[in-house]
Structures are given as structure tokens and as C-alpha cells.
Design a protein. Structure first.
Length: 558
């Protein structure tokens, strides 16, 4: 590569770092970043939602800066290195090609976003770029060294986010007839699997909790909506480079895919896009899930237009116009009192206020709120996540976040309870958190319930509930300890929307550790619209929201 061009790439990379450092100094963490920061405080080979790479990145950066900058430091450096390394791979020969590449890379919206926002998509983007660099080397010169490099990058891609498997499969699929005859490919594949074994073992040790969440819980109630497909197709425009969509589309359809590397790029892009289009017939797809498809799209666009100076002129104009729009958006996120606030405005101040009023352990119902509280009150924060049916499970459940609340003084923050005291978030939705201070809280976290011998007669559900205490301390389910038994109705398993709930009377019972006891229950069915429902039971304390602790029973209401 031209030494002068190499210097220009370095200058832009440095500017990229400086801009994102400045952004990080003034922009508070978004909720997901705070959640992954909590992960970094407890490093492991895997987590409930994703593989561990994002936690490792945050841990390294936070070692140097205990602030938002520390959370984002490695992401910022990786974003700049991704720009630099990809530019080196493309072998830019002149200043016109340099500006073409720079205009393309810096105008891709998701490349900008994950150049400083630290979620699993940030390492996914970086290792996705490295994947194409190493794949190109491997295809041009297959040997043991390039095989090991490709295998390692494939593993790192999967350590970043499970979506990485889509890029690997679809980019290699067009080359499969050649690769099955190539011994070096088997070396790469085997080495990649060996590098990934620690995470696979973690999944096995945790009963494949991530697979259950992504493949079962997130898809339990799928239905076709045409808006799912149209929204996803629209995201392909706004999430790449929206003003350059005509140019990227032209390059995509007019390129002649002759080399193995070009075929791999087409397979990677088309495979991912078609895969998610098909999934839209079942569920909603988030725009960033196609992030990896935009890497080959950028490369294809650059290679098609690099020797077309007339088109380069317009690409530069529209590309840098996109950059100006994104700079405006960056500033908008930083300014606290803008006219039309986003969902991310106001949380830092609200959580710091919560830290001032909290006595004992702060308790929230959503993992994002718990994480934001812990980060924005660091290092003096002490918070737990109290999962209810209205909120999904998260890493906090693997940590038994509620286990040590027994007998503790807590301050319970919720958007769903009624209390005299509250804190308002100055965000788009103006969320209000009511809070209640509870002395000597008793938890039913370790109780598992099973409905047995149940029957429905004349609008009354009755039967037995077996209570199993899986914890290491006794649970006194007495009125004195302010416990209640709640029955809730939902439309389908794992639904977060409660249609109706009832308080059910029962006789006080003390359940010792690892003991099973049975109580009888009888309750009228809820007065809801005719249809099929699912009901479950859960114990609550001090009128905090209910939890799902029992099996589901299907109820048909005429």
C-alpha cells in the first residue's frame, strides 16, 4: 500500500478514537451497556443472554477508567482498528479511493454506533472485519498458519455473539465443494471448535440456558405480521448507509462474483439477509442483527466503484452528508434537555437520585434498571434484581440475585406498585418509579410450586399445591410474615401480560430446606373474555409484584 495512504488511514483512525472518546465522556451509558458492565464484574465463560467477549472488553477498559469511558474504551480502539485493518486489506492505491473507502465506512450507521456503544455487537463487528481479512488470506494461501488464524477468528466471532455462526456458514457455503477437499480447512474448523470448547462446556454446565432463552422463550408466541417484514427491509437501508443505498444496491447486483473471496462475500450478505427475511414471517427482527451483512456489502461497494471517479464524487458527497447527520444525532444524545427526548435520556440522574433515597439494598424488577442503578452509584451501590412475570429472565437469575434478600432491609423500586414516594425519569416516556422501604424482607425465591389434582367445577379451580423449598433456610409462609398467594392468568406461556390475578387463601405453613409440603387451594376463575388462558401461582411478600413459581395450567373460559 502507498505509504501516504497508510498515513491517511492512521490519521482518520486517530480522529475516530478522539471523537468517540469525546462522545463517551459526555454520554451516559445506555441500559444494555450497564447490564454488560455488571457482567464484567463477574467474568465467566458465558452468560444468560450472550457469550462473554463483551464482558472481557469492558473489564479491560474499566481497569483503566472507572467511568463510561472505561466501559467503552476497547470498543473505541477496536472501531478505529477495524477501519484501519479493513482499509489495509482493500489495498487502496490513491487518494480518490481513500476518500471512497472513508466515506463508505464512516457513513454506515451501525459501524458508527458500535464504534463506541459497548454491546456484543461491538466485538462482533470487529471480529467480523478480521474474519474477512483472515478468510481472504486463507483462500489466497492455504497453510497451517492461516488455518490457525482463521480458526481462532471464527471462535472469537462466536465468543462475541451467536449471530457469528450465520456469517461463517453463509460465507463458506458457496465454497463448500472446494473446502471439503482442503485439509487446511479442517485444521481451521477443528482449531476453532477447540478454542470454543470452554463456552460450550459452560452452556452444558448451565443446562444450555442461552439456547432455551433465544430459541424457546423468545419464540413462544410467534405470529405473522407484514410489518415485521417491511420494518426489517427498511432497516437494511437505515442501518447501513441510508443516503448511499442506491449505490450499495447497484454494486451488489452489478458485481461479477468470479473469485472465491467475492463468492464468500455474496454468500455472507445474501445468506444473512434472506435468513432474517424468512424469520420475519414468525417474529420481529431488530435492525442490528444484520450487522455482519454490512461488512461484505461495504467491501463489494468499494471494489465496484473504486475505479469509477464520477460515481466516487457522489458517494463522497452523500457519504459525508450522512456523517454530518450522525454528528447531529450524537450531539442530540449528549444534550440533557432536548425538546424530544430519547428513551436513553435522564436515567443517570434518576438512578443517582434513587441511590440517595435508598435504604438497605435497592431492588428493581428489570435487569436494565438494576444495572443502571449499580453503575451510576458505583462503587457504593448494592442492588438486586427481583424478577416478576412482567419482566424476562436474565443473568441475575443465574446469580441467584434475590437469594440474600432474606431478613434484609430493602428499598423496592417499581413502575407497577403504588406508593407515596416516587422518582421520575426525564426521558421520552417519563417513567415514574414508586418506591417502598421494607424492613426485614422475607423472600420466597427458592420455592418451587406444582399444582396437582386440580379440577374445574362450576367456575371454581381447586386442587393441591406442592411446595418445594430448594434453598438453605426455612421459609415461614405465614400472614405474620406478610406473605400472600397469588393466582395469575395470561394468554400463553411466558407471556409478560397478566390478564387477571386473584389472591388465594391458604393455611400458614413452614417449609424447611429441601422439604416438600402440600396445601389445598380453591379459587373462582377470573372474569375475563372467553377463550383459552394459562394460569399459575406464586407467593409474594409485602405486596410486591407476584412471581411465577408454579407450573402452568390451561384454562378454557366460556
Amino acid at each position: 500500500m502507498n505509504i501516504k495512504i497508510n498515513k491517511y488511514l492512521g490519521i482518520v483512525a486517530i480522529c475516530y478514537v478522539l471523537v468517540n472518546v469525546l462522545q463517551s465522556l459526555f454520554m451516559p451509558l445506555i441500559n444494555d451497556e450497564a447490564y454488560y458492565w455488571v457482567w464484567s464484574e463477574n467474568l465467566d465463560w458465558g452468560y444468560f443472554d450472550h457469550p462473554p467477549m463483551v464482558a472481557l472488553w469492558i473489564k479491560i477498559g474499566f481497569t483503566f477508567f472507572q467511568s463510561e469511558l472505561g466501559v467503552r474504551l476497547i470498543t473505541i480502539l477496536a472501531g478505529a482498528l477495524g477501519y484501519y485493518f479493513l482499509g489495509k486489506m482493500l489495498q487502496i492505491k490513491n487518494i480518490n479511493q481513500f476518500w471512497l473507502y472513508t466515506a463508505l465506512f464512516t457513513s454506515f450507521v451501525l459501524f458508527q454506533a458500535f464504534g463506541f456503544i459497548t454491546t456484543p455487537d461491538a466485538p462482533l463487528l470487529f471480529f467480523g472485519i478480521l474474519y474477512f481479512i483472515f478468510l481472504k488470506k486463507f483462500l489466497e494461501q492455504p497453510n497451517y498458519l492461516n488455518s490457525l488464524g482463521l480458526g481462532l477468528i471464527m471462535a472469537l466471532l462466536l465468543y462475541s455473539k451467536y449471530h457469528g455462526i450465520l456469517l461463517i456458514v453463509f460465507s463458506l457455503l458457496p465454497l463448500s465443494l472446494k473446502l471439503i477437499k482442503n485439509k487446511y480447512f479442517y485444521v481451521a474448523a477443528l482449531f476453532g471448535v477447540l478454542c470454543y470448547v470452554p463456552h460450550l462446556w459452560w452452556q452444558f454446565d448451565n443446562e444450555f440456558v442461552s439456547a432455551q432463552y433465544h430459541l424457546v422463550r423468545r419464540n413462544v408466541f410467534n405470529q405473522f405480521k407484514i410489518s415485521n417484514t417491511t420494518d426489517y427491509l427498511a432497516s437494511l437501508a437505515w442501518a447501513s448507509s441510508p443516503l448511499l443505498f442506491w449505490f450499495t444496491g447497484k454494486a451488489l447486483f452489478k458485481t461479477k462474483y468470479k473469485t472465491d473471496f467475492q463468492k464468500a462475500m455474496l454468500g455472507g450478505f445474501a445468506g444473512i439477509v434472506v435468513f432474517f427475511i424468512l424469520i420475519t414471517f414468525k417474529r420481529y427482527i431488530q435492525g442490528q442483527w444484520s450487522l455482519l451483512a454490512f461488512i461484505p456489502l461495504l467491501i463489494i461497494t468499494y471494489q465496484y466503484f473504486k475505479d469509477r471517479p464520477k460515481d466516487i464524487k457522489w458517494i463522497k458527497i452523500l457519504g459525508f452528508a450522512t456523517i454530518i447527520l450522525m454528528i447531529g444525532a450524537r450531539i442530540y444524545f449528549i444534550v440533557p434537555n432536548v425538546p424530544f427526548k430519547t428513551q436513553y435520556h435522564g436515567w443517570k440522574e434518576a438512578m443517582q437520585k434513587a441511590g440517595e433515597v435508598a435504604e438497605g439494598i435497592a431492588v428493581f424488577e428489570k435487569y436494565q434498571y438494576t444495572s443502571l442503578y449499580k453503575f451510576n452509584n458505583y462503587p457504593k451501590s448494592d442492588a438486586r434484581n427481583f424478577i416478576t412475570i412482567e419482566n424476562r429472565h436474565s443473568q441475575y437469575e443465574l446469580w441467584d440475585s434475590e437469594a440474600d434478600l432474606e431478613g434484609q432491609d430493602i428499598t423496592y423500586f417499581s413502575r407497577y406498585i403504588k406508593a407515596n414516594d416516587s422518582i421520575q425519569v426525564n426521558s421520552r416516556d417519563n417513567e415514574v418509579f414508586y418506591y417502598r422501604k421494607i424492613k426485614n424482607f422475607h423472600t420466597a425465591y427458592f420455592l418451587e410450586l406444582e399444582m396437582k389434582n386440580y379440577r374445574i367445577e362450576e367456575g371454581v379451580l381447586s386442587g393441591e399445591i406442592e411446595i418445594h423449598n430448594t434453598g438453605d433456610f426455612a421459609v415461614d409462609l405465614s400472614q405474620e410474615n406478610k406473605f400472600s398467594l397469588i393466582q395469575a392468568y395470561i394468554e400463553y406461556p411466558y407471556s409478560e401480560r397478566i390478564k387477571c390475578e386473584k389472591k388465594v387463601s391458604y393455611d400458614d405453613v413452614l417449609v424447611e430446606p429441601n422439604e416438600r409440603k402440600t396445601i389445598n387451594f380453591s379459587t373462582e376463575l377470573c372474569n375475563v373474555l372467553p377463550g383459552d388462558y394459562f394460569t399459575y401461582f406464586g407467593f409474594v411478600n409485602q405486596n410486591v409484584p407476584q412471581k411465577k413459581q408454579s407450573n402452568y395450567v390451561e384454562i378454557k373460559i366460556d
